[in-house]
Design a protein around this ligand. Structure first.
Ligand code: UDP
Length: 241
């Protein structure tokens, strides 16, 4: 694979990436390992924005399915992302990586509000900026939050760390004949309804020409490997078919 020159990336991890082998919540050893992945990526000289989901703790849709008001449940989901952001901040700082958390829901006692110019300054100083609480509004997900922050922080690409090593034409966990794509266009993802990120996040990346790189975060050292142009991933971009 050709090596792309990235200066600043946005890394999106789902909340589930912090669970490890448990079924719920935050596993400190797993968070420490994820922090190690982020540090290794930063050590390649990159500026890193980080967005972490909240699905390991609470998802608005799940609450709504059990009869809760959807917006109320979504706010709980957003608060879950702040807990994950604080856990990741702790783990990164234990590795000596300077960080700031900026939340879309203001929470002055624990983190900064989202201020783009301040985030710029943090990145220039070599701090990892963790954006919490998604876009700060219900009926969205942290995928949309990741796309939004990638656009406003002018990231060169959005890296989505998942439990599979790219995008397939069928679910590789169900179908042994599923084929992985190396490259895909945004329009193909949207028309074929391929599960990369939710449609609003994909559309935002398409309109702002931000490639999405889907890779597995489960394999140690993989993010840094992909940043070196090695390893396996799928890139979704406007140039592909
Ligand atoms: N959420 C929201 N608005 C946002 C981001 C998140 O309402 O901008 C809520 C929503 O309920 C979502 C939950 O927070 O289900 C956790 O985020 P997400 O499901 O994206 O987490 P992930 O699947 O990445 O772990």
């Amino acid at each position: 694979m050709e090596k792309k020159q990235y200066k600043r990336i946005l890394l999106k991890l789902s909340g589930e990436a912090l669970m490890g082998d448990t079924q719920f919540g935050i596993d400190p050893d797993t968070v420490a390992r994820m922090a190690g992945e982020v540090k290794a990526a930063q050590d390649t000289g990159l500026q890193i924005c980080l967005v972490i989901g909240g699905g390991n703790i609470f998802r608005g849709m799940a609450g709504a399915a059990k009869g809760m008001d959807r917006a109320q449940a979504d706010y709980m989901g957003m608060l879950a992302t702040v807990m994950n952001a604080l856990a990741m901040q702790n783990a990164l700082e234990q590795l000596g990586v300077a960080t700031r958390v900026q939340s879309a829901i203001q929470m002055d006692a624990v983190c900064e509000p989202v201020i783009r110019r301040r985030a710029e300054r943090h990145l220039e100083k070599g701090r990892v900026v963790i954006f919490a609480a998604g876009v700060g509004a219900p009926y969205f997900t942290t995928d949309s939050g990741a796309a939004l922050r990638a656009a406003e922080m002018r990231c060169d690409a959005l890296f989505k760390g998942t439990s599979v090593d790219g995008v397939y034409n069928a679910d590789p966990k169900q179908d042994p004949n599923a084929v992985r794509y190396d490259e895909l266009s945004f329009s193909r993802v949207l028309t074929d309804n391929l599960k990369v990120m939710d449609a609003s996040a994909v559309a935002l990346c398409r309109d702002n020409d931000i490639p999405i790189v889907v890779f597995t975060i489960r394999e140690q050292g993989n993010l840094a490997k992909i940043l070196r142009g090695e390893g396996v991933s799928t890139t979704v971009c406007n140039q592909a078919e």
